[in-house]
Ligand binder design. Structure first.
Ligand SMILES: NC(=O)c1ccc[n+]([C@@H]2O[C@H](COP(=O)([O-])OP(=O)(O)OC[C@H]3O[C@@H](n4cnc5c(N)ncnc54)[C@H](O)[C@@H]3O)[C@@H](O)[C@H]2O)c1
Length: 347
């Protein structure tokens, strides 16, 4: 395949972020876009806002040579599209992903994969049946500092984990999205499913599926019917303490925080506002060199990798397997149940 042709569905914060990343790739070309919003279909992204990153949205997208559809389903019959990239609100991922796989497209689907367990079951069945590739935007697995820490830990250099803490605190996203859908917790799943899911995924990616988890949360702080702030602990039955905290109720303008502290026998790995460092028990602190060849963020890394896999016909297993992402979603839904019931949940 000479170049990989992209059909981008949803031109909000994440869709326009993906747009910018594909534009910087020599092996990918956006050939189609779809959005239910007429202004976005004209390329007007002036109302698009996100919590981190994001480019200059004052300039309209140049849609010259790009086929524009009124929704993602209409795009699926377009023979020019190789990858359908799904950047629509979470509850709509499942129908579109299943239909795109059935239409024989490769699919890149934004996180969180879906809104509930019934949707998860449908997507897993469709991916297993499909001959095409499927990856989910669990971008933190590919985020340079997190990736370096994961590789360092998995290499055994840090030794056994003793305690691990992952944290993600965002300013409020109220007013940012199309139809303000994040603020409807039934649709978005609140901060637990939208933001904290990244750290649930890191816990799973680093240490695997725990035996059980506990979670406490605050609901109805900024969104209705969703968990706005959550603290979870993960029980591996081996005396370690693993926890994660996430919330999106901070005042607008509060700097976005993503951090971790992983205390191991031979070293502590730490990312915070001062940067990413490894502190060996013996020896001087290390400032690791992270791999940023494909770009500075996990979004760049994961998309560049998926495009190359489709181009070369190689299954995309570097960052994820379907089973590991499904486990993350089961953990997220278990946390929702734990918050509601106030009881630990077995996995
Ligand atoms: N990986 C990350 O770090 C990250 C960051 C932010 C958002 N996300 C995820 O990306 C997805 C989109 O979030 P967002 O912040 O871009 O939201 P958004 O509201 O900014 O954008 C959603 C876009 O989808 C369009 N849309 C809605 N329904 C559609 C449909 N059926 N067909 C076509 N277009 C449709 C809307 O008009 C809007 O342009 C969500 O699942 C979200 O959780 C991921």
């Amino acid at each position: 395949m000479k170049e990989v042709r992209i059909g981008l569905v949803g031109l909000g914060f994440m869709g326009t972020t993906h747009w910018g990343i594909y534009k910087g790739m020599k092996d990918a070309r956006i050939v189609a876009v779809a959005d239910v919003d007429a202004a976005k279909r004209r390329g007007d992204i002036s109302k698009v806002v996100g919590n981190i990153g994001g480019g200059d949205n004052s300039k309209p997208l140049d849609l010259t040579g790009v086929t524009v559809y009124e929704n993602g389903f209409a795009m699926l019959a377009d023979a020019d599209v190789d990858i359908v990239d799904i950047c629509v609100p979470t509850p709509d991922h499942a129908d579109l992903a299943v239909a795109a796989l059935k239409a024989g497209k490769h699919v890149f689907c934004e996180k969180p994969l879906c809104r509930d367990r019934a949707q998860l079951k449908r997507i897993v069945a469709a991916v297993k049946k499909a001959k095409t590739f499927f990856n989910v935007g669990m971008c933190v697995r590919a985020w340079p500092e997190y990736r370096h820490a994961w590789e360092y830990f998995k290499s055994g250099k840090a030794g056994k984990m003793k305690t691990a803490t992952f944290k993600r605190i965002s300013p409020s996203v109220d007013g940012n999205a199309w139809q303000n859908w994040f603020m409807d917790g039934v649709r978005s799943g609140g901060a637990l499913l939208d933001l904290h899911v990244h750290d649930i995924d890191e816990v799973n990616y680093f240490f695997g599926k725990p035996k059980r988890l506990s979670a406490a949360g605050a609901a109805d702080v900024v969104c209705k019917g969703g968990v706005d702030h959550v603290v979870a602990t993960y029980d591996y039955g081996d005396g370690t303490l693993v926890m994660a905290e996430g919330g999106w109720a901070a005042a607008k303008g509060t700097p976005f925080e993503m951090s971790f502290t992983i205390v191991c026998e031979k070293a502590t790995l730490k990312l915070d506002a001062s940067g990413y460092h490894i502190y060996p028990v013996k020896g001087k602190p290390i400032v690791p060199k992270c791999d940023v060849k494909a770009g500075p963020t996990g979004w760049h890394q994961e998309l560049a990798y998926f495009v190359q896999c489709v181009k070369k016909g190689i299954a995309p297993t570097k960052y994820q397997t379907l089973d590991s992402v499904a486990t993350t979603m089961e953990m997220a839904f278990a946390e929702e149940r734990a918050v509601k019931s106030g009881k630990a949940v077995a996995l």
